[in-house]
Write a protein that binds this ligand. Structure first.
Ligand code: LLP
Length: 426
């Protein structure tokens, strides 16, 4: 469900015509809908009903402060993977006691930052990390609340780049070896074991792998309790998929129902770390057609957004729907929709059939709210796009378009290179 619909042939975000925003902010820009974001959060969170739970939005999907504030106001927590994400979450007003920290490469400074801010829990991904956390907490005279992220060796049946719960992946501690690691952690003076954590992958389209994970976690918890440990939290990670094209992922209600059933009489607090499902379909990328180039073998629609703005098609071969912002009656053209970047891998869509556009027409790249702006870069010295939030008939810029000056703002030419280059004859 989302609020990007046509009204009299013009695409609107809620009640704002998209061309109006394009006129005001230029292109390309990301556009999110407040109503959709709120609806998605509510549908997800309420699906778990009275089961004691905490919905921790995975910031990596979309860390814009305004987006975070929307979720914070609704009581969300955050799943973070870096000091930068912790900074953002706090800045947006997410309470530290609602923040969990995952990731295989936490640095000493980041662990310190998290402990000083008293976050809810660190999800530990290796024995060495556990020891470092113990040392850092000792130095700060604190006890670090931890869970071990276990790798349950489950095939999430998703793209190999975004599958994380297999033995061959770098994430977590093998579930069989985790028992020993829990035993060792129990004796560390400065960690307090709170829970068990797993995250098996992203864009999952079946409930089966989640249920398999719950079953494995339950067995582990029984074994841990036999060791005398108190496990008060089960973190089930994120990963619920969305519809980009024709996928039919479980709805949040189905997903929650299946999990609740698998949990059985569990009364522990569960943590969920949804990213994509909350923001993916709540955002689009609006881009302008620059040229239509007809070739012998292929046609190309060249637009002003490239792989630096939306990397997913290039990196994963992902499908994103494409809609003309203004519907038009024109002959159809089959073409690759490509950006201005100097790489053959720079495309937003391949072999797509669209009404023949003209230079200046706007296209909407759908389902771009998750891992869109957050994975964007300045490659080819392209200022990053603006981000806009629609609300009813209004809209606000929630991140300004970068300028050329922004591109070089942090760079410095050392003194020994100063002075203008000499003129040279060719
Ligand atoms: N928790 C952990 C520990 C994670 O690593 C992730 C995502 C999530 C939660 C949120 O997963 P979600 O609910 O969004 O599936 N860039 C890729 C996705 C990478 C996901 C990485 N981890 C993409 O564009 O598809």
């Amino acid at each position: 469900m989302h609020h990007f619909k046509y009204h009299q042939g013009i695409l609107q975000a809620e009640a704002v015509p998209v061309p109006r925003i394009a006129e005001a902010v230029g292109t390309p820009f990301y556009l999110y809908s407040l109503a959709t974001l709120e609806h998605h959060y509510q549908a997800f969170d309420q699906a778990f009903g009275r089961v004691p739970h905490l919905t921790c939005f995975a910031l990596k999907a979309n860390p814009n402060l305004a987006v975070l504030r929307i979720f914070a106001r609704m009581g969300a927590g955050a799943d973070i993977v870096s000091g930068g994400e912790l900074y953002r979450a706090l800045k947006a007003g997410i309470a530290p006691e609602r923040i969990v920290y995952s990731g295989v490469g936490k640095k000493t400074e980041e662990i310190e930052f998290a402990l000083k801010k008293k976050i809810f829990m660190l999800n530990v991904e290796s024995p060495e990390e556990m020891r470092l956390i113990d040392q850092v907490a000792g130095r700060l005279k604190k006890k670090a609340p931890v869970a071990i992220r276990v790798n349950p060796d489950i095939d999430a049946k998703t793209h190999p780049y975004i599958s994380t719960g297999l033995k061959k992946n770098k994430f977590g501690i093998n579930i069989r070896e985790s028992l020993e690691e829990y035993r060792l952690a129990r004796d560390l003076p400065h960690v307090q074991i709170k829970g068990v954590d797993c995250h098996i992958g992203s864009q999952l389209l079946l409930t089966g792998p989640f249920l398999e994970a719950v079953e494995k976690l339950k067995k582990l918890v029984t074994a841990l309790e036999a060791l005398g440990l108190t496990i008060s939290v089960l973190d089930l990670g994120g990963g619920l998929g969305i519809t980009y094209h024709e996928e039919e992922p479980p709805r949040p209600r189905e997903y929650a129902r299946a999990i609740i059933q698998a949990l059985g009489r569990e009364s522990r607090t569960i943590i969920l770390e949804p990213g994509r499902v909350l923001v993916g379909n709540a955002g689009i990328l609006v881009t302008k057609v620059l040229y239509v180039k007809r070739g012998e073998e292929k046609n190309f629609i060249i637009v002003d957004a490239g792989m630096n703005d939306l990397l997913r098609p290039s990196l994963y071969g992902s499908f994103h729907g494409l809609l003309p912002v203004a519907k038009k009656k024109a002959p159809a053209i089959q073409a690759d929709v490509v950006g201005p970047i100097c790489e053959s891998g720079d495309f937003l869509a391949k072999d797509r059939t669209l009404p023949l556009p003209q230079a200046g027409d706007l296209l909407a790249v759908m389902s771009a709210g998750a891992y869109g702006f957050s994975m964007s870069s300045n490659y080819n010295a392209r200022p990053r796009a603006a981000e806009v939030l629609s609300r009813g008939r209004e809209f606000d810029i929630i991140r300004k378009r970068e300028t050329y000056a922004d591109l070089v703002a942090l760079e410095r030419i050392p003194a020994f290179l100063r002075g203008k280059p000499k003129e040279r004859n060719l």
